[in-house]
Design a protein around this ligand. Structure first.
Ligand code: ATP
Ligand code: MG
Length: 362
């Protein structure tokens, strides 16, 4: 789709700048895709949803198919940022990998791995924590939002420091590109700051240890859920990629809209209705303004029927592939084993470089 979508009220969080830099990056990627490495990941807190797909997953598959080296992290340690126990972890990790494979990530080209299996990555957290102040950690708007939605009575140290852990996720493999949703922009800034400060403190100007990574936003960097807030695995407002056609219909039927019958696409004034319009537009590959005009005075029920059909048609092949893959859990485990071994080798090499730069070689 070539349309530039209205990015809504949150441009002040750096979306406009990220889009500008992303456009330049896209040009370089097209010229020489093989020179780029990308890293992204998801928390195994539940099944992936449409926000993941249109926010980042589709972009990952596109980059992989262009020839960019793709590293995909199942962020199992980060499950513990906002809950005491990582529930049903094995099942959720495997479910996540199934979603990746069904969406088109190819384990022959993409490295799919988990935090807990790559100790050298986690070790980077220690020197990185020394490079940021407590005040900087406390100012992170995404962390503040997540604390507001957290079900924990007390805020854990991991909640405040996980953006630094994410910097380790990105920098252990020296990824230059990070295809993410809008909520991740503050974390990307933390990773850039850490790369810069590490280089200044321990590197030489002609030989920096870490590149400064860039976010790559999609056309839908903040898809809203059925309640009008960011679609999230942990907020009971998501349509899962693997939902059935009936479940999808039920969830969309229950989605929040507003009192105005005439349907328009106006993400700032009408976020809930516009999010539904956007979903249909993304699935149909059409302009959201045109989709809204096509519904016009027929109201929210007609819009919801269109959205439901559009989602179910668009995701039918992915859902069928996922059901097929789910029959072979052994394959999923092999994908992770291979990915973990590859990621561990990359992490060991970077940690050795870091220790050399810090003079910690004995
Ligand atoms: P949780 O509620 O457990 O935090 P989540 O739905 O926020 O889950 P994450 O695993 O935290 O998902 O995010 C994984 C990736 O998906 C990140 O790059 C994030 O920016 C992106 N993402 C998540 N939700 C959305 C959304 N609603 N719109 C666009 N991108 C999204
Ligand atoms: Mg999240």
């Amino acid at each position: 789709m070539t349309t530039t979508l209205d990015s809504g009220p949150s441009d002040d969080l750096g979306v406009a700048g990220a889009r500008r830099r992303g456009a330049e990056l896209e040009r370089s990627i097209r010229e020489r895709p093989g020179t780029f490495r990308a890293l992204t990941g998801d928390r195994p807190t539940g099944r992936l949803h449409l926000g993941h797909y249109f926010g980042t997953l589709q972009n990952r598959v596109r980059l992989q198919n262009l020839g960019v080296e793709m590293m995909v992290l199942v962020a199992d340690y980060q499950v513990l940022t906002d809950r005491d126990v990582a529930d049903r972890l094995t099942e959720r990790v495997e479910d996540l990998v199934l979603d990746y494979l069904a969406a088109g990530l190819d384990p022959g080209r993409a490295t799919i791995f988990t935090h807990s299996a790559v100790p050298a990555l986690n070790q980077l957290l220690l020197p990185f924590l020394s490079l940021v102040s407590v005040a900087e950690l406390g100012r992170n708007p995404t962390v503040k939002d997540e604390i507001a939605h957290s079900r924990q009575s007390a805020v854990s140290g991991l909640m405040f420091t996980y953006p630094v852990h994410q910097a380790a996720d990105i920098l252990f493999c020296k990824a230059g590109i990070v295809p993410v949703g809008q909520d991740q922009l503050p974390h990307l800034e933390v990773a850039r700051i850490i790369a810069r400060r590490f280089n200044n403190r321990y590197g030489t100007p002609s030989n920096p240890v870490f590149p400064e990574p860039e976010a790559l936003l999609s056309a839908a960097p903040l898809l809203l859920g059925t309640d009008g807030a960011k679609m999230s695995k942990s907020r009971d407002n998501a349509v899962a990629l693997a939902a059935t056609a009936d479940e999808t219909a039920r969830l969309i039927r229950g989605a929040k809209t507003d009192a105005e019958r005439h349907i328009t696409y106006d993400p700032v004034a009408r976020p809930e209705v516009s999010s539904l319009v956007l979903l249909a537009a993304l699935c149909l590959g059409r302009d959201p303004h045109e989709v809204a005009a096509g519904i016009g005075g027929r109201g929210a029920a007609a819009l919801k029927a269109l959205v439901t059909d559009a989602i179910n048609d668009h995701f039918a092949p992915l859902r069928a592939r996922r059901a097929e893959l789910a029959g072979d859990r052994g394959h999923v485990r092999r994908v992770l084993r291979d990915g973990n071994a590859r990621a561990a080798a990359v992490a060991a090499a970077t940690l050795a470089e870091v220790r050399t730069a810090m003079g910690a070689v004995y």
